[in-house]
Ligand binder design. Structure first.
Ligand code: NAP
Length: 353
């Protein structure tokens, strides 16, 4: 780090349900297993506006939010052997002021970071961490997921060939990574719901059947069941990336109450389990830093570096916001209004006035 650089700018949520304001703060120093990252791109996620709107998840204010970062390694902490100063990396941040990503520099945990291949921009790389990790913990997590064997383990790539999977909300960030991981795990057919304009894109990621998400719940359940019957297989896993009441109900009805099926959710469950119901509804938690995810996510990030390099995992489509960190405020409003379709909003912290 150059010596004249002691301060940076960060976007602070000033108080619970308060205002976002850009202010200066010190550049932190990396500890054991950490690096200092100069953040060139950060992505916006629905959780960032939900924290502001509902006052959830964060207790210490002023707080810096943001979980997705891509940039350049500026300094290396002890015990980090995977990166050197100057590497272009992307990483999953954490809701602690030194480790969150709506700022110009953060402390990045090396285990949940990977090199950016020359084929990807910072903006594209920043679209990956939270969406990918949530898909990964939901499919492969033992305690908060479907417990599927991850495709990076020995002989496990393609292991679920011929088994169907349904991913509700395929054009969402989480949904797009769930489709790609399902493809790498071998699932077929991969049935998803989205607005029709995303059909070609979702097929390119590996979805085999795309149903219009505006169909009525009964039409969606019927169509899904027909495709599964045609493939002569039983459905055991539904990943509901959206997890509002309506989609949870669709996912629940697609699963038979007489078989041990799993409905994976990104929000708390609202479905009702009947007596002797063999179905389960499981909420996942996408942070690799959480104790229950650490081992799984370490393996996932090692493999992710290979997959982004060879193109087996594609980043989201991106939409870059103007005005650096300030631009995040308007971007979160667009996310809240449901105006973001099939794309990840990205900000450039270094362009903050
Ligand atoms: N538990 C966790 O750890 C965790 C982690 C990450 C995210 N989440 C939650 O997971 C949800 C998804 O996050 P995200 O970042 O992936 O969202 P996102 O990318 O912002 O989602 C936008 C997409 O949602 C789709 N969509 C909206 N309503 C739908 C419906 N009824 N059926 C199918 N698709 C629908 C839209 O599809 P079209 O444009 O095609 O219409 C749009 O492309 C959010 O609620 C988020 O808070 C939880």
């Amino acid at each position: 780090m150059s010596t004249q650089h002691h301060q940076q700018k960060a976007l602070f949520l000033q108080s619970k349900q308060g205002k976002f304001v850009v202010s200066p703060r010190d550049i932190p120093k990396p500890g054991n297993g950490e690096v200092l990252l100069k953040i060139h791109a950060t992505a916006l996620n629905p959780v960032d506006y939900k924290i502001q709107q509902h006052g959830i998840f964060v207790e210490k204010y002023p707080a810096i939010l943001g979980a997705d970062a891509a940039g350049v390694v500026e300094a290396i902490g002890d015990g980090v052997h995977t990166f050197v100063k100057g590497d272009r990396i992307f990483a999953h941040g954490l809701l602690e002021n030194d480790k969150a990503t709506f700022q110009q520099f953060n402390i990045t945990v090396a285990d949940f970071a990977a090199k950016i291949p020359a084929t990807l921009s910072y903006e594209q790389a920043a679209s990956i961490p939270l969406g990918f990790d949530t898909a990964s913990t939901g499919l492969y997590g033992k305690s908060n997921g479907a417990g599927i064997i991850p495709p990076w383990e020995a002989e496990a790539k393609g292991l679920y060939a011929g088994k169907p999977i349904v991913i509700l909300g395929g054009s969402s960030s989480v949904g797009s990574y769930a489709i790609q991981l399902a493809r790498l795990s071998g699932f077929s057919p991969i049935i998803t719901t989205a607005s029709p304009q995303h059909k070609t894109y979702l097929q390119s990621l590996g979805a085999t059947h795309i149903l219009d998400r505006h169909l009525s719940p009964s039409e969606l359940v019927d169509s899904g069941n027909k495709i599964i019957q045609l493939s002569k297989a039983d459905l055991h896993v539904v990943y509901d990336a959206i997890s509002i009441k309506e989609t949870q109900q669709i996912g629940w009805e697609l699963l038979s109450s007489e078989r041990p099926g799993k409905l994976i959710l990104t929000l708390p469950p609202v479905v009702e389990k009947k007596e002797n119901d063999k179905r389960e509804a499981i909420s996942t938690y996408g942070s690799p830093h959480a104790p229950q995810n650490r081992e799984l996510s370490k393996g996932a990030w090692k493999q992710l570096e290979v997959w982004v390099d060879n193109g087996e995992i594609q980043p989201n489509n991106i939409d870059v916001l103007p005005n650096g960190l300030e631009g995040i405020i308007g971007g979160l409003e667009r996310l809240k209004q449901g105006e973001v379709s099939g794309t990840k909003l990205i900000a450039h912290p270094q362009e903050t006035a």
